[in-house]
Design a binder for this molecule. Sequence first.
Ligand code: CIR
Length: 253
Amino acid sequence: MRAIPDAFTAALRTRDVPLDPARARDQHLAYVAALAATGCEIVWLDADESCPDCCFVEDTAVVLGRHAALTVPGAPSRRDEVEPVGLALSRWCAVHPMSAPATLDGGDVMRAADLLFVGLSERTNAAGAAFLAQVAAYEGLRVVTVPLGAGLHLKSAVTLADARAVLVLGGAVDPAPFAAAGLEILPVAEPVGGNVLHLGDRVLVSADAPDTAARLRDRGLDVRVLDVSELHKADGALTCLSVRIPRRGTWCA
Ligand code: CIR
């Protein structure tokens, strides 16, 4: 995870709303606590005041096991975020840096067992997906590209609720490739309900998606609700605030 800079006020966003770094930090700390409570070790990188979006660390790297791809984020203002994340990750993984004109944001990559669904979006292009496929092959993983119809990233709209079921925000993407992979489709209508973070037997859900939280509870999942409203204002969600590094021989969302 990476700390929130004062420069967060200048983070990229689709809506012209002011951003409050202090409020975002309070919400970020609650998120850290929720991750730590699941038994994760937290590796914390300092903020970089020249990178307003640096807390959205998921977009800079995709960890696949012993190998990780370092991205070229689709937004040029985010490209300096990558190097410190790569240095930190090199403690666990062989890191493979992507080169422009390939671009990819980690928020466009959703893993389900041995498949990596990659959203082709305003941030991620076909060359970025092809590079990821090369690195993924070292781990025996296969890439399936899915064109994104609306929204910032694939995982803004589609995430695993558990290992066999996927939440899909209506209108954002064709659910057929997920169904073809044997995943149960759980359609959602709440704009931030498609982005949950499934960690072991627990799932984190945004407080702005109460219907999704209730539905996942009804499925018997251990749901924890977090207020990340200040991060939503910068188009961030639950997955984008961390890069998850699974224990050897396991995988995580
Ligand atoms: C951006 O526009 O790049 C950031 N303000 C938000 C990135 C959110 N990342 C993610 O959902 N993976």
